[in-house]
Structures are given as structure tokens and as C-alpha cells.
Design a protein around this ligand. Structure first.
Ligand SMILES: Cc1ncc(COP(=O)(O)O)c(C=O)c1O
Length: 465
């Protein structure tokens, strides 16, 4: 790679990590050239590249300054839909098979890239398991799961404001199983379940597999569920459960504020439905500390809290859990019927890793990185996508929800992007209907020049739709 690009990437990373704040002056061209031991023309070329990426701006006779990322307008809110059974199309399965193709720039994958796994600390934890508890790791560790791991999970949940004992926690194979078992526990086939729209595709798969009727609740891409519409739906139909991610939604990154969470819980009590809270992105809030989970306010086990370490540690470990409270025994039965238990080695690995105390350090790093990556992505979207494009700037996670101007078809963009070795997930995947001009963009990959260039290419493709 050309030297000036390497220098531009380094500076971009520092800007992204907050070493240089918006409005701050960057080192002069001469100082930069000296520090990096390059010629003045290379330093100038690096700054010019950052200028083209809209990360810095030149001021006459004064040097280069960091510019704040472009604030894009938020996408529109979607309407709700009446209850119906789902019939998800095979086209969606094809989308997910395609986005996993390793040769693509993976904007379509909502999973942390390997650079964001705490690989060295996990290797140490795996070494400790092999050394101290190898036979135990090969033994059958039945539901509710290893006590030491459940203790560590209960301690972590304190940071989300939830006072849970290890007895409340049932370990599952990832968050998908946690959500599916919770829904199965709360409902019978044909029951009505309210769901955010757009929502994580796995929710739709679970709802379809359980033969539930689904009522889509309009969801604001910034503030989450429309509580007025949820209330009207609950007054009109016998809603048994509502499945949502109040902390940070996949695909929009929306988060509900304290007041909205309190209202959601009050509504659930008044209309007597349960909530399946999927908090898989909760640990990735961009602030110093994470906001409390909805479960933190739950005094009557109305909320079944589901999560996993797939987004915050590594996706292949497959350790998730449900904080099930008084539903615990029934959940253990369902878990046993479904998959018997989570793998013993993974359980002990996660226990050891959490005990090591490394997790908070790791979270601080990836939160900072994801926030920076999103800033870079939004700046590029603002610059390279057709005028009128909107996108969310979430306060957590690594996903942004992009809305193209009306009439532009995101599925066509997805197909053309695949031909250019770039993946995205078109919006139609995340709901029964609509979102044809939207797509989800994941920023869980290190933001190099090549990645930024791929996003610029995607913008050019969108401009030619
Ligand atoms: C909101 C949400 N819930 C659940 C899952 C599934 O998690 P796991 O891989 O731990 O089963 C995902 C993964 O993409 C997700 O985004």
C-alpha cells in the first residue's frame, strides 16, 4: 500500500479513537513528515486523502482540522401490521448464505470480525481449562449449566442493573436458542406476539417455527418501539408476548430511553403480556457505562432476559443465557427437550474468561472501535451515497440502518454489490413487508482504506440504481 495511505489510515484511526477531537488542529505537514520520517509531499498526500474522506478540512494558512462526522437525517418510521402467520421466503435464506462468503467485504455480517475477538485472552482461558479441568470440560454439563459460569453471568448482569442469582440463569446455545425457548415457554401455536418492525431476522424465524401469529409494531429507528401503537394493538388483540431489544436493536441500532422502558413495562403489566428482552448488543453501548436493561425494572418476572457472548466476545463459542426467574424450571425442561445442554468446553471457557477480568478491558476497546467505525461509515455515506440518503447513528453496537431515497431498490443494490464482492443485507429481510429502499450495514470490521473504498463503491452503485 502507498505510504501516504498507511499514514492516512493511522491518522484516521487516531481521530476515530478520539486522540484528536472534532475541531482540533492536527500536526502541521512539516511535523507530520518529521514524525513519520517521510517527505513533506507524502504528508500532504496523506492529509489530502483524509480531506477527500471528509475527516479533516484545511483552513487557509492554519493547517488541517478534524471535522465532525456528517449528521445524516434519521430514516422514516415504518407502519405497523395486523396479526398474521409468517411465510418467510427462500430468497432470505439465500441472502444469509451469500453474505457469509468469506471473500466479500462483510458489511452484511452482524458479527465481530476476528480482529475484534479477545483471541489472546481466550487462548489463555482455554489453556487454563485444558490444564485444570479438561475431563470436566468433556463431561456432560446439563441444563441449567455450569454453576461457576452462571455465577459469572449473574455478576455481569449487575452492570445492567439486574439483581439475579445464579439460580435464575439458564445457559443456552447462543441467544437464538434463548429467544426461541423463551417464546415457546410463553406461547402456544396460534398465539399473537408483538414484534418490532424492522427486527432481527432470527426473531421472524423463531416466530414462524413456533407457528405464532405476529403483529408488527411500528418502530422508530432512533427511539425504538412505538408504545402508542403497541398499546392499541394490545387493546385490540390478545397479545401474549412482545419481543424486542430496548437497549440496542438489530438492524437499526435504536435504543429506548429510561422513560420509554418504564412505560413499556407498565403497559405489559396493564395489558398482561410478557416481554422477551433480547439484549445481545447491550454490552456494546458506546458510553463509558451501559444503560440498565429493561429487566432491571422487572419486579414480577414479566421479562425473560436473553443474551449471549456472540457479539461481545466471539460468535463461535455459542454460549447464551436466559434470566428466567420463576420460569426457570420450565425453561430447563424446554432446554433439555431442545438440545440437552450447551457444550461443556464452551461453558468452562467462558467461565474462565469472565473470571480472568479481561472482559471489561476488551469491551472498552471494542466499544470505542465500533463507535469510530460507525462515524467513518456515516461520513462516507454522507459523501458518496445519493442525496436524500438517511442513516441511523446508534449509541451502541456496530450497525447502521440506511434508507435510500424512495424508489431505489436495496435488493438490487445488494445483488450488484455482491458482483463487486461487497455484502449488505437488504431491508426486506427484517420484516413481513416494506423497507425495500433500506439496508443494514455492519461496521464490525477494522476500518482500513480498502474498507472505506468498498463503501465508496457501494455508494456509487447506489447512485446508479
Ligand atoms: C438481536 C440478535 N439476537 C440473537 C442473535 C443470535 O445470537 P447467537 O449467535 O448468540 O445465537 C443475533 C445474532 O445475529 C442477534 O443480532
Amino acid at each position: 500500500m502507498a505510504l501516504y495511505r498507511t499514514i492516512a489510515d493511522k491518522l484516521a484511526r487516531q481521530i476515530q479513537q478520539g486522540a484528536f477531537q472534532p475541531g482540533q488542529r492536527l500536526p502541521s505537514v512539516r511535523v507530520l513528515a518529521q514524525r513519520m520520517a517521510v517527505s513533506v509531499s507524502t504528508a500532504v498526500a496523506a492529509y489530502q486523502l483524509l480531506e477527500r474522506r471528509q475527516l479533516v478540512a484545511a483552513r487557509q494558512k492554519s493547517g488541517f482540522y478534524v471535522i465532525p462526522p456528517a449528521a445524516l437525517p434519521a430514516p422514516a418510521r415504518a407502519p405497523g401490521l395486523r396479526p398474521a402467520r409468517l411465510q418467510l421466503s427462500g430468497r432470505v435464506a439465500a441472502v444469509f448464505a451469500n453474505v457469509r462468503e468469506p471473500s466479500l467485504t462483510p458489511f452484511g455480517l452482524a458479527l465481530p470480525a476476528p480482529d475484534y475477538w479477545p483471541a489472546a485472552a481466550l487462548r489463555r482461558a482455554a489453556g487454563a481449562v485444558r490444564r485444570d479441568a479438561f475431563s470436566r470440560s468433556l463431561a456432560f454439563t446439563a441444563a441449567p449449566g455450569d454453576f461457576g459460569l452462571r455465577r459469572q453471568i449473574a455478576m455481569r448482569m449487575l452492570q445492567a442493573g439486574c439483581l439475579q442469582s445464579p439460580e435464575d440463569v439458564v445457559v443456552t446455545n447462543g441467544c437464538q436458542e434463548a429467544v426461541t425457548l423463551s417464546l415457546r415457554l410463553l406461547t402456544s401455536p396460534g398465539d399473537v406476539v408483538a414484534v418490532e418492525s424492522p427486527c432481527y431476522y432470527g426473531f421472524l424465524l423463531a416466530l414462524q417455527s413456533l407457528n405464532l401469529r405476529v403483529v408488527n409494531i411500528a418502530t422508530d429507528p432512533l427511539t425504538g418501539l412505538d408504545l402508542g401503537q403497541l398499546q392499541r394493538a394490545a387493546e385490540r388483540w390478545p397479545i401474549r408476548a412482545c419481543i424486542c431489544s430496548p437497549g440496542c436493536s438489530n438492524p437499526t441500532g435504536a435504543g429506548m430511553d429510561e422513560n420509554a422502558r418504564a412505560r413499556l413495562l407498565a403497559l405489559a403489566r396493564r395489558c398482561d403480556f410478557h416481554i422477551v428482552e433480547d439484549d445481545i448488543l447491550g454490552e456494546l453501548a458506546h458510553g463509558e457505562t451501559r444503560p440498565p436493561a429493561l429487566k432491571a425494572r422487572d419486579s414480577d418476572d414479566r421479562v425473560l432476559y436473553c443474551s449471549s457472548f456472540s457479539k461481545s466476545v466471539a460468535p463461535g463459542i455459542r454460549i447464551g443465557w436466559v434470566a428466567a426467574g420463576r420460569h426457570r424450571q420450565r425453561l430447563i425442561e424446554l432446554m433439555t427437550a431442545n438440545s440437552s445442554a450447551a457444550a461443556g468446553f464452551s461453558q468452562l471457557l467462558m467461565r474462565e474468561y469472565l473470571q480472568s477480568g479481561h472482559f471489561d478491558k476488551h469491551l472498552a476497546r471494542i466499544r470505542r472501535e465500533y463507535r469510530g467505525n460507525l462515524q467513518m461509515a456515516l461520513a462516507t455515506i454522507g459523501r458518496c451515497f445519493p442525496p436524500g440518503t438517511r442513516a441511523t447513528s446508534p449509541r451502541g453496537g456496530f450497525l447502521t440502518w440506511v434508507e435510500l431515497p424512495r424508489g431505489l431498490d436495496a435488493h438490487t443494490l445488494y445483488e450488484r454489490a455482491l458482483a463487486e464482492k461487497i455484502s449488505i443485507v437488504p431491508g426486506g429481510v427484517f420484516a413481513r413487508k416494506g423497507f425495500q429502499n433500506c439496508f443494514r450495514l455492519s461496521c464490525a470490521l477494522p476500518w482500513s482504506s480498502a474498507v472505506n473504498a468498498a463503501l465508496e463503491r457501494l455508494g456509487r452503485l447506489a447512485s446508479r440504481l
